[in-house]
Every structure is written in structure tokens, then in C-alpha cells.
Design a protein around this ligand. Structure first.
Ligand SMILES: CC(C)(COP(=O)(O)OP(=O)(O)OC[C@H]1O[C@@H](n2cnc3c(N)ncnc32)[C@H](O)[C@@H]1OP(=O)(O)O)[C@@H](O)C(=O)NCCC(=O)NCCS
Length: 154
């Protein structure tokens, strides 16, 4: 049976999968409990991409996510990830567009994010989505790596 990919708002039942997909794909020092806290505060801005063999919501599995949050009064992308075998099919772009729409609906007109300076893939992705390089934060990550801050007016 053909697989469908759908994007929908994250629900409490997705929390375990969100932590798994986040930690599997994002080089992060966020613990499971950090991710759970973000989800609890900012659930409205969390979306998942699910793979399903039918339109039934009961048999889907999470293969991607975006975790939006609010930072300094702006929309913020705390995490975005698509499982490797599902990449470069437009799923990341759809996730980002979906959370941007939700930010805008809540009068948040600017979105910011940080990305590791070595994460060329994500940098290429964000730049294609209209994010502009703003500044560098030296040793932002706990392992000493610098972050580039990107922002976009939506
Ligand atoms: C970044 C990520 C979410 C992109 O997801 P994706 O589903 O593969 O992206 P899409 O297929 O929607 O790509 C959208 C556009 O970005 C481009 N793009 C995607 N990955 C890219 C890469 N590695 N290098 C350059 N461009 C890239 C695509 O070519 C596409 O361009 P188009 O609109 O001209 O066709 C995914 O690569 C990922 O999960 N990476 C690991 C986790 C991570 O680093 N997250 C960011 C830090 S939190």
C-alpha cells in the first residue's frame, strides 16, 4: 500500500517519538527532559511529519518534526529534523512553512534560529527558505562549537 506523508500538529501521544526523532537526527546536548519541557510550554508550535499507510491517524509513525518556541518575543526554531531516508523530498520545507504560518497567526513576524557552523546541510536548507545570516555566537554549544544566528521576516 502506498505511503502517505502528512504534517499535523503534535499531540501528547507523539512525545516519545518526538524525543526519539529529535535525538536521532539533531546533534544536540538537549536531554529528553529539555525536549519534553519545550514541548509542554510551546506545544502549539510543534508539528510532526508522519508516514502512514492509510488515512487513519492511528497507524502513523513520526518521521520528522519541527519544534517552534518563542524567544525574546520572536518565533524561534528550537529543532527541525527529518529522518535520513525521508530527506530531500520537501518534508523539511513543509514543516518549516507550517510553523511559520502558526507564528504569523499569533502575530510573531520574525523567526530566529541557531545552527552549528559546521552544519552545512542545515545552513543550505535554511538559506533556501529565505533565512538571513545575522551574527555568530562564539562557543554557543556545550562542546565549544560556534553557532550562526539566522533570522527571517515572515
Ligand atoms: C535540515 C533538514 C530538516 C532538511 O529536511 P529535508 O526534508 O531534507 O529538506 P527539504 O527536502 O524540504 O529541502 C528543502 C530545500 O532545501 C534544500 N536542502 C535540503 N537539504 C540540503 C542540504 N543538505 N544542502 C543544501 N540544500 C539542502 C533542498 O535542496 C530544497 O531545495 P529546493 O526548495 O530548491 O528544492 C534535514 O536535512 C535534517 O533533518 N537534518 C538533520 C537535522 C538538522 O541538522 N537540523 C537542523 C538543526 S536543528
Amino acid at each position: 500500500m502506498a505511503k502517505l506523508i502528512m504534517i499535523r500538529k503534535a499531540a501528547d501521544k507523539d512525545l516519545r517519538d518526538i524525543v526519539t526523532v529529535w535525538k536521532r537526527n539533531i546533534e544536540t546536548i538537549n536531554t529528553a527532559s529539555d525536549i519534553v519541557d519545550l514541548f509542554r510550554y510551546f506545544k502549539k508550535y510543534f508539528f510532526v511529519a508522519v508516514s502512514t499507510v492509510s488515512k487513519s491517524k492511528d497507524v502513523d509513525s513520526v518521521i520528522g518534526l519541527v519544534g517552534g518556541t518563542i524567544r525574546s518575543g520572536h518565533g524561534h526554531i528550537s529543532g527541525i529534523a527529518v529522518d535520513k531516508e525521508y530527506r530531500t523530498q520537501g518534508i523539511g520545507k513543509s514543516l518549516l512553512k507550517t510553523v511559520e504560518r502558526e507564528f504569523l497567526a499569533n502575530n510573531l513576524e520574525k523567526v530566529t534560529l541557531e545552527v552549528r557552523i559546521s552544519n552545512r546541510g542545515a545552513i543550505g536548507f535554511y538559506e533556501k527558505q529565505g533565512y538571513n545570516r545575522s551574527y555568530i555566537v562564539k562557543r554557543y554549544y556545550a562542546d565549544g562549537e560556534d553557532a550562526i544566528v539566522y533570522e527571517k521576516r515572515i
